[in-house]
Write a protein that binds this ligand. Structure first.
Ligand code: HEM
Length: 453
């Protein structure tokens, strides 16, 4: 093994662009494009990407791979030691405010901590950690947050039982009602325009610097957020943030929080698909919920299922960093501004290292194996890791456990029932039907199959 990064040839660069980075950009890094995401699943693009990267890693003996894109140089990590160096060395000398991210996030959250200059980061990072209660599995406002989950999932379950089906659009609508309520309060629950504005700006963000800014749309989004923040009731993240740093401080971070909750919905929906395809997973989710009683208790197995969903199908497709100063790596020195890239899906499914690479293994998160591994970074790691991780896992685990109540059958069932799991999964294409009576044992599967088809 060598540690000095190697320059890829023009042909190899072309393959990395076509088979690794191209599909990632096509799907949309900031908001998924439904048609491109469906295409990515049909082509199982992550399988091809893995093959290309495995080949290059073997050919260059595990060295980091240097790709030139026009004037920009990007160094791709190929081993967990590289991931550790990059993430443990953030925000300096590896800043998360990379060139691509600054261009993308400026469309809707230029003051979010992720793209903040170091001086502002020094204030905004601890602020996010405090308001989101980063280190606590159950947020201080856990009672109020999980009460919202209970209300919204009860309504969704009732709708599923009435219609016999569940699709992404219905799930997403319910999920956003939940998210708006926990972030901004009851007054925001039905403010669909808020998410429409955010989504329009996120679509611009997919194009990073290559799409002109629409400051009037951003102003409209910020105005709406500010109105909700002003009246947000205790028990919401906005109220916590307002108390901790004032209305302006929290208003600046909220676009990121809302945007990031989209990923949590996708992960919950994917975990639900696995639970619907695997009776043993569903049974364990239901048993855990029943024994935990009411309220915001920790649901370790359900949390493990959500973590598995983001390990197997990461929602942050690439973790990007830029060097803030010249960086010495092996026998080479990279100038400030060089990009460093961790391709999450590649590391998360590395069959050479992980016995459970393509399996559904929530246990790996329960016994600490996964958390100790620098190759498994769905929420990133190190000083810039996701401060929302625990809030996400609290809300998503309770949502998942409650939605596991109805006996669902999923359209991708035969691919999900057993390992190995497919490398790429389009969450927006998942369809669920409701089994009736003893259908699980094959007696009345026709209605379920028709709804899920
Ligand atoms: C499944 C859901 C989520 C996943 C997988 C996730 C993952 C991540 C990852 C990988 C990063 C690092 C990004 C980078 O370095 O480029 C990050 C950063 C961040 N996340 Fe999350 N996140 C999720 C949801 C949330 C939510 C709901 C919130 C807020 C309520 C949140 C708050 C943040 C913040 C503030 C940062 C920036 C941290 C910093 O710059 O220091 N995340 N997240």
């Amino acid at each position: 093994m060598t540690d000095t990064p190697v320059d890829l040839t023009a042909g190899e660069t072309g393959r990395v662009l076509r088979d690794v980075l191209g599909p990632l950009v096509a799907q949309g890094a900031i908001v998924r494009r439904p048609r491109a995401t469906a295409w990515a699943e049909r082509r199982q693009v992550d399988r091809t990407a893995r093959r290309v990267l495995d080949g290059l890693r073997a050919r260059y003996h595990g060295a980091p791979l240097v790709v030139r894109l026009g004037g920009r140089r990007m160094v791709l990590a190929t081993r967990p030691e590289h991931v550790e160096r990059i993430l443990a060395g953030s925000p300096e000398p590896f800043t998360p405010a990379s060139w691509e991210k600054r261009g993308a996030l400026a469309h809707f959250q230029p003051d979010g901590v992720l793209v903040s200059p170091l001086a502002e980061r020094a204030e905004r990072r601890p602020y996010n950690e405090a308001v989101l209660d980063m280190s606590e599995p159950v947020h201080r406002d856990g009672d109020a947050l999980v009460a919202v989950v209970e209300r919204e999932t009860s309504a969704l379950v009732a709708a599923v039982e009435a219609s016999g089906r569940l699709e992404w659009d219905a799930f997403a609508a319910a999920w956003w009602r939940l998210v708006r309520t926990v972030v901004l309060g009851r007054g925001a629950r039905d403010d669909e325009r808020l998410v429409a504005l955010l989504d329009a700006l996120r679509r611009d963000g997919n194009w990073s610097w290559f799409r002109p800014r629409r400051p009037w749309l951003r102003a409209a989004l910020e105005r709406r957020i500010a109105e909700h923040v002003a009246v947000a009731e205790p028990g919401t993240l906005a109220a916590r943030g307002r108390d901790a740093g004032g209305a302006d401080a929290v208003r600046r971070q909220i676009p990121h929080w809302l945007f990031a909750f989209d990923a949590a919905g996708a992960a919950t929906f994917r975990a639900l698909a696995v639970a619907a395809a695997r009776p043993a997973v569903r049974d364990r989710l239901l048993t855990e919920l029943t024994t935990s009683g009411r309220g915001p208790g920790v649901l370790p197995y359900a949390r493990g299922c959500v973590l598995e969903a983001v390990r197997l199908w990461p929602t942050t497709l690439a973790i990007l960093r830029d060097a803030t100063e010249p960086v010495r790596w092996g026998a080479r020195t990279f100038e400030a501004g060089t990009g460093f890239v961790v391709l999450s899906a590649y590391f998360h499914r590395d069959a050479r290292r992980l016995p459970f690479a393509d399996a559904f293994a929530p246990e790996a998160w329960l016994d600490g194996r996964a958390d100790a591994d620098w190759g498994l970074v769905p929420f990133s790691a190190g000083p810039v890791s996701c401060p929302g991780r625990n809030v996400v896992l609290l809300l998503a685990s309770h949502t998942l456990a409650r939605l596991a109540g109805p006996d669902l059958v999923v359209s991708r069932g035969r691919y999900l029932a057993e390992d190995p799991l497919p490398p790429t999964m389009d969450h927006m294409g998942l369809r669920f039907g409701l089994r009736t009576g003893t259908a699980r044992h094959g007696i009345d599967a026709s209605r379920a199959a028709a709804a899920a088809a």
